[in-house]
Design a protein around this ligand. Structure first.
Ligand code: HEC
Length: 177
């Protein structure tokens, strides 16, 4: 009986030690980038999947404001599509109203529609301090109409064209300062 108690206590002790070690490990693997995110601690990582979870789950973009002065289904150009609806998160909106440049964690999400208003793709620019300093620290992602990732990261195609607007933080839709 005594031996049984000793045995069970030992097992419990080992489980507790493993549990604590695992919890500490979980704390330690929080990416430093996430910690550096500024006033929002719950921002997604610059990854298509993480960002998707955020913009359709945690902070649904449909609740965001549109780019000031740009209505739904405004006319677009190549390559993005005939009709565009551009949403901005609160940080981006704030940056646009204070006209001091786009703040860290700004998200600009653009729905790209065909001329008959069928959603064709969703393209997003997400500013993450330290992510890509050579090109405005933007994370780029293109989803199809169903939010499957088509391109993501420091996408050369996106950056080379948007570089024409590098003096406007790589943004075409409107003046940011
Ligand atoms: C050939 C040039 C070109 C390429 C390539 C391109 N864009 Fe754009 N993008 C534009 C233009 C021009 C606009 C302004 C809207 C319009 O006129 O269509 C724009 C607008 C945007 C916007 C709205 C904010 C802004 O910058 O005005 C987002 C978000 C965006 N693009 C994301 C992307 C992503 C992601 C990619 C790569 C998958 C990409 N773009 C590739 C030209 C381009």
């Amino acid at each position: 009986m005594k031996r049984n108690v000793a045995f069970i206590s030992t097992i419990l002790l080992v489980l507790i030690i493993v549990g604590v070690a695992y919890a500490r490990h979980e704390l330690m693997i929080v990416p430093t980038q996430q910690l550096a995110f500024g006033h929002k601690t719950t921002m997604p990582m610059p990854q298509g999947g993480d960002l998707r979870q955020y913009i359709i789950g945690q902070e649904p973009y449909k609740n965001w404001k549109m780019w000031p002065g740009k209505e739904a289904f405004h006319k677009g150009t190549e390559p993005h599509g005939a009709l565009l609806t551009v949403y901005v998160n609160d940080i981006a909106l704030d940056s646009l109203s204070t006209r001091k440049g786009m703040g860290n964690n700004s998200i600009i999400l653009k729905e790209n529609y065909t001329p008959d208003k069928k959603l064709a793709a969703i393209t997003v620019m997400y500013k993450v301090k330290g992510y890509n300093a050579e090109a405005g620290d933007w994370f780029w992602v293109k989803y199809d109409f169903d939010f499957n990732i088509q391109k993501e990261g420091k996408v050369a195609g996106c950056i080379s064209c948007h570089s024409k607007a590098s003096d406007n933080d790589y943004i075409f839709t409107g003046k940011i300062k």
